[in-house]
Design a protein around this ligand. Structure first.
Ligand code: ATP
Ligand code: MG
Length: 655
């Protein structure tokens, strides 16, 4: 169905401001991209020179997707913490700000941590972990609020060769217990409480409950709010007490490039979260390179990624990517709508943020409240905007570009996954024009390929041309996950068995004639109406285009005549009310936007949608509700607000 698509030619020319920086213009991109595939070893050996190696690698790529065995820079020795912290101090840049901390409460204390301070803090943290008994290769669970100590803890693990497993500080005791058990972690780093939108999150109490189920040897507790917590003798230690007399020097442990760096559990949008394992050398090179090119970072700029360190976006683009580049990264403890819907823009103004990276879920929720919240702040320091996490509807893209970016600065929509370690498909700000709703082009070294259900190749970079299919990547890249921790079979089964010899992403995608990729949604979510295959993203974007619609989630359900019917969950903008008239109007609206085949069967108005803790719409649960199979919702442990599921079940349409 995809030969030509109405949106393929909606182009927004890249703004002139994006032409400097890395100096990567359209021609350079083309040349570098070609080289990254034709002379992959040469290209990556060169990028790897930006990392300080204790022993420089002589073997660059050594991987196979059948059998699955992935190695990069394997004879190299390095320490990523040294690269993210110490080397900047040694280069005389210790006074530069590494982290800016903006607290939940706008009148609370801002912290600015220089690279020299960061080095001291991380060394002390690392020695404290050692004193607790943590050794190289041990798994350390980090369950922290969004405070600099969370980043210190990650870097401290990396410094001594321990493997961190960060769990989002909003997960339940059950979720903690499951992850601690899965990676057999004996140690937990946490805080007394976290703060989000003035609410206190009982982190330590959650850890206590988790440890009743899955005991650990030691819990290190950072005092953040000063709230009351129970301390268990022999197991629990206050960070400020245990760290009081440790040495301020802690050497960086030399690590093999393929030594594990961290385990991170995926968001759980499609099922039980997977404990994805990343290793040291390839991940360092990959996050350093992608951060530099995609965000076009320039000296002294302030970079703000609004993700939590509990997600891969926080790992790669709050901690490792920015710090490897010697950048200044902002860490924000709070939420976008506290104390009011303008908090993001207030923080941009306050800290003179230059590069801002957020998720479509946040953009849509702020858009819903109207543009006055944005326009009352001075956003003139912004030079680049980014999006990640879900397909961004063209309507939301335009709002971001025009209302936040004043139609003057580039927007990069970055497609990637926990498993990919860093950005895979994006536009580069100085090289590419933008197409609202398309993630953009392949990053260096990335070979996307679209295949049909039988594995027949429909389009890739070699064939060119347009097609729509299942998105695979045919060759390895340095930041690729190496395995699912403790379950290599699951790794092979999940990613390499659907299409032998290829990494299968699980996402559906269209490639257009200009080589731009359009993510159409999860392959499992594709709807088949009377033989026509439809991505959820397209129908959702048509709905969001309506002036009253804030957000939409579309799923299929069994339909006697059509095979599958189209069921749409819709939330409205602040001030707009559901009505039968609006329902009919939306049906017509989609029909007009896409065609009669896409006419919704059910429109279900709801105050909110079920989302993962990272803000992604959980369509698999919505599908169950639309199918009337409410008895078997599957794994719901990563849901942000389980209550909304009950409401949706009660108000469902297809009874
Ligand atoms: P699980 O794998 O446990 O089901 P998940 O896939 O949501 O959870 P993540 O690794 O956090 O876990 O998310 C990666 C997915 O997010 C991608 O496969 C894709 O579906 C979606 N995604 C991320 N960025 C983009 C983007 N820019 N455009 C479209 N989709 C995106
Ligand atoms: Mg996934």
């Amino acid at each position: 169905m995809a030969d030509q698509h109405p949106h393929d030619h909606d182009i927004v020319t890249r703004p002139a401001i994006a032409m400097a920086g890395t100096g990567c213009d359209a021609e350079q991109y083309a040349a570098l991209y070609r080289r990254s595939l034709d002379d992959s070893d040469g290209f990556w050996a060169e990028q790897a020179k930006r990392i300080d190696w204790i022993t420089a690698p002589t073997r660059i790529a050594n991987w196979s997707f059948d059998p699955v065995d992935i190695r990069w820079f394997e004879d190299g020795v390095l320490n990523i913490c040294h690269n993210a912290v110490d080397r900047h101090v040694e280069a005389g840049r210790g006074d530069r700000t590494a982290l800016i901390f903006e607290p939940d409460d706008p009148s609370g204390e801002v912290r600015k941590i220089s690279y020299a301070q960061l080095q001291r803090e991380v060394a002390i943290f690392a020695n404290t972990l050692k004193k607790l008994g943590v050794a190289k290769g041990d798994r350390v669970t980090i369950y922290m609020p969004m405070v600099p100590e969370g980043a210190f803890a990650m870097l401290a693990c990396a410094r001594i060769g321990a493997i961190h497993s960060v769990i989002f500080g909003g997960f339940s005791p059950d979720a903690i217990a499951g992850r601690v058990e899965d990676c057999r972690s004996d140690w937990i780093v946490t805080a007394d409480e976290g703060l989000r939108g003035s609410k206190r999150i009982p982190l330590k109490a959650n850890v206590d409950t988790a440890c009743d189920k899955v005991p650990v040897k030691g819990v290190l507790v950072y005092r953040h709010t000063g709230g009351d917590v129970a301390m268990q003798e022999g197991r629990d230690h206050w960070y400020h007490e245990l760290s009081a007399d440790v040495s301020r020097d802690c050497p960086c442990e030399p690590m093999q490039a393929e030594d594990p760096l961290f385990i991170l559990y995926t968001s759980g949008s499609t099922g039980k979260p997977k404990g994805v394992l990343h290793t040291t050398g390839g991940y360092a090179v990959w996050t350093e390179t992608t951060f530099r090119y995609v965000f076009d970072y320039r000296e002294d700029e302030v970079f703000w990624c609004t993700a939590d360190i509990g997600w891969v976006t926080g790992h790669s683009y709050i901690v490792y990517g920015p710090l490897l580049n010697g950048a200044t990264a902002l860490m924000f403890e709070g939420v976008p709508n506290y104390p009011d819907h303008d908090r993001f823009w207030q923080v941009v103004d306050k800290h003179k943020v230059n590069i801002f990276y957020t998720a479509p879920t946040a953009i849509r929720s702020l858009m819903r409240e109207g543009k006055d919240y944005v326009t009352r702040h001075d956003l003139s320091t912004l030079r680049l905007l980014g999006s990640v996490g879900e397909p961004i509807n063209p309507e939301a893209w335009r709002w971001y570009y025009e209302t936040v970016g004043k139609a003057k600065i580039p927007v990069v929509d970055t497609w990637w996954q926990t498993e990919t370690g860093g950005i895979m498909i994006t536009t580069l700000p100085g090289a590419h024009d933008m197409k609202p709703g398309s993630a953009g082009r392949a990053f260096f070294g990335i070979a996307p390929q679209l295949v049909d259900g039988d594995g027949k190749v429909l389009a890739d970079e070699a064939t060119g041309g347009s097609a729509e299919g299942n998105l695979c990547i045919t060759r390895s890249w340095p930041g690729q996950a190496r395995t699912v921790y403790g379950d290599h079979d699951r790794f092979v089964q999940t990613y390499f068995s659907t299409y032998k010899g290829k990494y299968f992403t699980g996402d559906g995608c269209r490639r257009d004639d200009d080589g731009y990729y359009w993510i159409t949604g999860r392959v499992d979510d594709v709807i088949n109406v009377s033989g026509h295959r439809m991505g959820t993203a397209e129908v959702e974007s048509a709905l969001v285009l309506h002036p009253k619609v804030a957000e939409a989630a579309v799923v299929g359900y069994p339909h006697e005549i059509k095979g599958q019917g189209i069921y749409c969950y819709v939330t409205l903008n602040a001030g707009d009310e559901p009505s039968e008239g609006l329902e009919a109007e939306l049906r017509q609206w989609v029909r007009k936007e896409i065609g009669p085949i896409a006419t919704p069967d059910h429109i279900h108005f709801t105050p909110a949608l079920p989302k993962t803790r990272s803000g992604k719409i959980m369509r698999r649960i919505l599908r169950k509700i639309a199918e009337n199979e409410t008895g078997s919702l599957g794994d719901t442990s990563t849901l942000a607000d389980p209550a909304i599921v009950e409401t949706l079940i009660e108000t469902r349409k297809n009874r």
